[in-house]
Design a binder for this molecule. Structure first.
Ligand code: ZN
Ligand code: ZN
Length: 334
C-alpha cells in the first residue's frame, strides 16, 4: 500500500523552495500549502520495511477485537486506561514535554518509569522519537520537516515512517540531536540490541499471563484462562497501541492542517479542539509551536489539557520541579 504511493522519486531536479519562499507562499495563498518530500529522504527512495510491514501487521492484530472470542470488558477497560497510562504519561508527558522540550524536571527513577511506558506504545526509542520531533520543530512545514502533512495527509500521518530518511537510519544519524538524552546510559541501553522491542514484547507477556493467571486463580478452566489472557492481549496491547498511534499521528497530521491559530508562527501549526480532547492536550499545537518549552499546551482557560493537569498534580505532590509555564501566563501575571 505504502510502496505504491512512494515508489517514484519525486525529489527530482527542480530546485526546492527556500524556507523563506515557502513560508511566504503558505502565508499568501492557502492553496499553495504543498511541499515536496523532505530532502533527507534517501534517493532513490527506499521503503523502511520494518515499519511498512509492522504498522499494518499490528493493525491486523488489533482487528482481532472484532471477533467475540477475544472480547472481555476487563480488556476494554484496560485498553481505555492504557491510553492514559502509556499514551499520556509515556508519550505526551515523558517523550514530548519532558525529554524533547525539558518543560520540567523529574527524578531519574520517575523519568525512566514514564519512558518505559512510552516504549510500550511502540513509537520507537525515546532518543529516536526526540530526534524526529526536534527536527520537526526546527524545520516545521519546510522541506526538511520529516513529517509535514503539507506533502499530503497520509505522509504527515504515518507514511513518512515507512520511507528511509537519512536522519533516522541508525542512532549515529540522530545522535547529534539527542546528546543530552544519550548521555544517560539508560537511554543508550534502549538503543542497543533492539532492547526497546523486548520491553514491548514483555508488556505483551504481562497482559496475557496476567489475564491467564487471574482466570485460573478464580477457578476458571484452562480454555477460559487462555481466552481471557488473549482478550487482555488484544484489547490491552494491540487495540491500545493502534489507537495511541493514531492519536499521536493526528497531532502531526490534523493539527498542521485544520484549526485556529492563537499565535502567528512560521509554520502551519493549529489548535484543534478534537485532537486536543482525544490526545489529552497535545492538540493545542499552535500554542505549543509558539512556546515550545512550556509544559502546558492549553493557554486559554477552555483549552483543556489533561497532560498539563497531570504535570501540575505531580508538581503539587513534590514529584517534579522547575515546571515551565507559558510565557503568556507569566506575562499577564506580571
Ligand atoms: Zn514539540
Ligand atoms: Zn508540529
Amino acid at each position: 500500500m505504502a510502496t505504491d504511493t512512494v515508489s517514484e522519486d519525486t525529489t527530482a531536479d527542480e530546485p526546492p523552495l527556500t524556507d523563506a519562499e515557502m513560508q511566504q507562499a503558505v502565508k499568501d495563498n492557502p492553496a499553495m500549502r504543498h511541499l515536496e518530500w523532505p530532502v533527507t529522504t534517501v534517493n532513490p527512495v527506499r521503503v523502511r520495511w520494518r515499519y511498512a510491514i509492522g504498522i499494518p501487521f499490528i493493525h491486523l492484530l488489533a482487528c482481532l477485537a472484532f471477533f467475540p472470542y477475544f472480547f472481555s470488558w476487563t480488556g476494554v477497560v484496560l485498553s481505555i486506561l492504557g491510553l492514559y497510562i502509556f499514551g499520556t504519561l509515556g508519550i505526551n508527558l515523558c517523550y514530548h514535554r519532558l525529554l524533547t522540550h525539558q518543560g520540567f524536571v523529574a527524578p531519574k527513577w520517575l523519568e525512566h518509569t514514564f519512558a518505559v511506558l512510552g516504549v510500550c506504545t511502540m513509537q520507537d526509542t525515546p532518543a529516536c522519537w526526540v530526534a524526529m520531533h526536534r527536527i520537526h520543530h526546527k524545520h516545521s512545514d519546510h522541506r526538511t520537516d520529516p513529517h509535514s502533512p503539507l506533502v499530503n495527509f497520509f505522509w504527515g500521518h504515518c507514511g513518512w515512517l515507512m520511507i528511509i530518511n537519512r536522519d533516522f537510519i541508525n542512532v549515529y544519524d540522530y545522535e547529534k540531536y539527542t546528546r543530552d538524552i544519550l548521555r544517560d546510559p539508560f537511554y543508550l541501553k534502549l538503543e542497543r540490541n533492539e532492547n526497546w522491542l523486548w520491553i514491548y514484547a514483555t508488556s505483551m507477556a504481562v497482559f496475557f499471563l496476567g489475564g491467564f493467571g487471574a482466570a485460573l486463580a478464580m477457578g476458571g478452566t484452562l480454555a477460559a484462562a487462555v481466552q481471557f489472557g488473549l482478550s487482555l492481549l488484544v484489547w490491552g496491547v494491540f487495540v491500545r497501541t493502534v489507537v495511541t498511534w493514531h492519536i499521536t499521528w493526528s497531532v502531526n497530521s490534523f493539527t498542521h492542517i485544520w484549526g485556529y491559530k492563537n499565535y502567528d508562527t512560521d509554520d502551519n501549526s493549529r489548535n484543534n479542539w478534537l485532537v486536543g480532547l482525544w490526545s489529552n492536550g497535545e492538540g493545542w499545537h499552535n500554542n505549543h509551536h509558539a512556546d515550545q518549552r512550556a509544559a502546558a499546551h492549553g493557554h486559554k482557560w477552555w483549552e483543556f489539557d489533561v497532560t498539563w493537569i497531570t504535570i501540575r498534580s505531580l508538581e503539587m505532590l513534590g514529584l517534579v520541579r522547575d515546571v515551565v509555564r507559558p510565557r503568556v501566563w507569566t506575562k499577564s501575571a506580571a
